[in-house]
Design a protein around this ligand. Structure first.
Ligand SMILES: C[S@@+](CC[C@H](N)C(=O)[O-])C[C@H]1O[C@@H](n2cnc3c(N)ncnc32)[C@H](O)[C@@H]1O
Length: 283
């Protein structure tokens, strides 16, 4: 079958299943099966090349799974996040594009901290997207991360070994992790679960395939955000910074939590779509 025709047919199918990024997903999946870049795939498609035999069979099976709304990243085993190519799959939260702007804010705050080797802690690290971006983009930082889920850690450990073998990754509850770092942390960052328990996300990729532990944060979604803000008081040194990701409708509530706890310079930041996405503060 001609690549061009297969791409068009698959994109139409994905689109009819409600996948917004239908064309891109078809291209990424096909380039994954052919083990070539997306650019090379498009070049081969315009010159009329074909896909045959086992590769076609493999692609059709994966396309069927994508059409039933399995996340693209679970099929390819890879999530791209800033400069990283992270191993992901069932059991770990797929890092989101919005979180890249949260890392951007953290890096900006880090650049304002006059410490040669700042101590950075990522609470609820998932695949390691945040912690590893900081470790790679600020190699002088001393990075610590905690994750509760053993299923997630199967991926996190691989990603840490690849990108930051010197960073510290522990399994545990963010409510108790790193007692030895009390008062030592220059920057605390977290993207904890923050969806209210009764608010089921609309995308099947999320509510059927992201782990529940990664999504839900209590009746108002604020439980873990509160815990992170409280842990920050213990961990972050005076003058140190905090950045927490939250849902777009939680900006005012999270600011209030931080102000009530005595955090200074409490500022809401937006994602690239202009929605409230994070809060930063100074201890
Ligand atoms: C929304 S995901 C974010 C993952 C990653 N930080 C990212 O931005 O891609 C939240 C993560 O918190 C973890 N988690 C939930 N409760 C936790 C707890 N009590 N202690 C540590 N991690 C927890 C989940 O397993 C999940 O990996």
């Amino acid at each position: 079958m001609k690549l061009q025709d297969l791409l068009a047919e698959t994109a139409r199918k994905f689109s009819s299943c409600g996948i917004e990024s239908a064309q891109a997903d078809a291209e990424i999946l096909l380039s994954f099966v052919l083990e070539i870049s997306r650019g090379d795939l498009l070049a081969k498609a315009v010159t009329g090349e074909e896909i045959l035999g086992d590769q076609l069979d493999e692609f059709l099976i994966l396309a069927e799974r994508r059409a039933s709304r399995e996340p693209l990243q679970h099929l390819t085993g890879v999530a791209y996040f800033r400069t990283l190519e992270l191993k992901v799959g069932p059991g770990v939260f797929v890092p989101r594009f919005e979180t890249e702007t949260v890392v951007e804010r953290a890096l900006q705050l880090l650049s304002e901290i006059p410490v040669a080797k700042p101590v950075v802690v990522d609470l609820a690290t998932g695949s390691g997207a945040i912690a590893l971006s900081i470790a790679v983009e600020r190699p002088q930082a001393k990075v610590f991360a905690v994750e509760l889920s053993e299923d997630a850690l199967n991926y996190t450990r691989v990603n840490f070994a690849k990108y930051a073998p010197g960073a510290v990754l522990v399994q545990g509850d963010l409510a108790e992790a790193f007692p030895d770092l009390a008062g030592e942390v220059d920057l605390l960052i977290s993207n904890p679960p923050y969806i209210p328990n009764d608010m089921i996300p609309i995308y099947p990729e999320v509510h059927l395939h992201d782990p529940s532990l990664a999504l839900y944060g209590g009746s108002d979604g604020l439980d873990m955000l509160r815990t992170v803000a409280e842990r920050g008081l213990e961990l972050v040194k005076l003058g140190g910074k905090l950045v927490i990701e939250h849902a777009d409708m939680q900006g005012a509530a999270v600011r209030q939590i931080l102000l009530d706890l005595g955090w200074q310079d409490v500022v809401t930041g937006k994602d690239l779509a202009g929605r409230d996405r994070m809060v930063s503060a100074r201890r």
